[in-house]
Every structure is written in C-alpha cells, then in structure tokens.
Design a protein around this ligand. Structure first.
Ligand code: URA
Length: 199
C-alpha cells in the first residue's frame, strides 16, 4: 500500500542514513500542499530551516515568496522540498554520499505529491533531476521532461542574493523562469495513459 506524505515524513524524522543526522536540529522534510501541481526543489536546509523545521524560511525563502507573489501563487499552494533534508555543518555543499542517501526520500516525496511541474532551484536540484553534472547557467531557460513531469531549472534564490542582487541579469532571468512556470501550469496535462507507468 502506498503511504501518505505524513507517514513518510514521520519515518524520515528519525533518519540516520548519513552523517548529517549527527549535527542537525531536525529533519526538514518539506512543506506545502501535499497535492500541489507545482513543486520546488532546493538544495538543503540552512541555519533557519534547521531551527524551524521548514524549507526556505531564511532570506532565500523571502525571495522565493516574493517571486511566487509576483506570479499570483501562494506559498501554501505549492510544495517545497530540498535535495537533502538535514543541514550540513557550516552550510557546506552536500556530499555525493549524502545526496545518494537522501534522494530516495525525495523521489518518494515527488511520487506522493505527484506535481505536474517541478522547479529545480540551483545546481544540486538540477543535477539530481537531470542526472548529469550540468551547471544551472547552461540549462536554465530550457524545459525538460522527467517521468512525465515538466521540469524548469532556474537559479537558486540564494545565488541571486549573493550574486548580482535584485537588479541583476540573473534576477531578470529568474523572473522569466517564473513566468514560464506559470505558463506551464496553465497548459493541459497530457492524457493519463501517457503518464501511466512512467515513474
Ligand atoms: N536553501 C535551500 O536550498 N533550501 C532551503 O530550504 C533553504 C535555503
């Protein structure tokens, strides 16, 4: 029997599949509408996310909320998760074995939520979805299909904040990508038969 997202989250909350379990305050499973059409995937929890148990609550989260507001979508109507669920020490990048240990949780999460559109925020989420060591600046602006779902890779909001800021070219491209995701959501989903058996 397929379990619910809540059941999966309860099991994940005690996960010890990798070393990050030792330093975390809590597992940050994800937040939002469990049946969302739109899902965002970030990198991993930072300081505030680790404390609050919710993804994207710090500065990057504020920018994500603003971008959602600009296209008329409420944060509570989407689902937000990350490639890894536990904060790495000092906010370092996740290591390959940590990603490998954690992404079965993410794959199950995606399957349970069943979003039509996935937005991969930054390099780690994009590399996981495309299963290739690509750089986000090379692939953004393109759409991909993954197990019957539309994938839109774009810059991580933190990269905008640490890079050129709110008036930068990157920010303009982020806006374009959010307009694209809004358009993708408005499109007719493919027939059910085409979607079956793809995941
Ligand atoms: N950055 C991420 O990638 N994820 C978060 O949850 C917060 C910041």
């Amino acid at each position: 029997m397929i379990r619910t997202l809540e059941e999966a989250a309860a099991e994940a909350s005690t996960c010890t599949r990798c070393r990050l379990a030792q330093g975390r305050t809590q597992v940050v499973y994800g937040v939002g509408n469990p049946h969302a059409d739109l899902m965002f995937i970030g990198e991993g929890p930072g300081y505030y996310e680790d404390k609050q148990g919710e993804p994207f609550v710090g500065a990057a989260g504020q920018l994500l909320n603003t971008m959602l507001g600009e296209i008329g979508i409420r944060r509570e109507d989407v689902y937000i998760g990350n490639v890894i669920m536990c904060r790495p020490p000092g906010n370092r990048d996740p290591l390959p074995d940590e990603i490998e240990a954690c992404t079965p949780w993410l794959e199950e999460k995606i399957r349970l939520i069943d979003p039509r559109v996935i937005v991969a925020l930054g390099n780690f989420a994009t590399r996981f979805i495309l299963n290739k060591p690509v750089s986000i600046s090379r692939v953004r602006g393109q759409r991909f299909t993954w197990h019957g779902r539309i994938v839109i890779p774009t810059f991580h909001p933190a990269a905008i904040l640490h890079g050129g800021g709110q008036n930068s070219t990157q920010m303009q491209l982020l806006r374009q990508d959010f307009a694209e995701l809004k358009a993708a959501l408005a499109e007719q989903p493919p027939p059910v038969e085409e979607q079956l058996g793809l995941f």
